[in-house]
Design a protein around this ligand. Sequence first.
Ligand SMILES: [Zn+2]
Length: 80
Amino acid sequence: MLTLKCSKCKGKLFRYLKIGKGEVLKCYKDRITDKFNIEERGECLVCSVCGNKIGVDKGDYYSMVSKSFKYRGAKENKQR
Ligand SMILES: [Zn+2]
């Protein structure tokens, strides 16, 4: 489970179940478990504290803006 934070204001964004290795380029909506300071504005996913653009809604997933957030936590390598 990863916890994503806004790189601008350091606010917690959401928790995400990452499966597989590699960078977080997409976040699938059904793997977002807890939402904190995050909201949708039109097609964009933004930090509700500072308005930083975090990603773009692509239907089943968000295409993430990699410089807009940081994350910590363990990546899952196996499907449970
Ligand atoms: Zn922010």
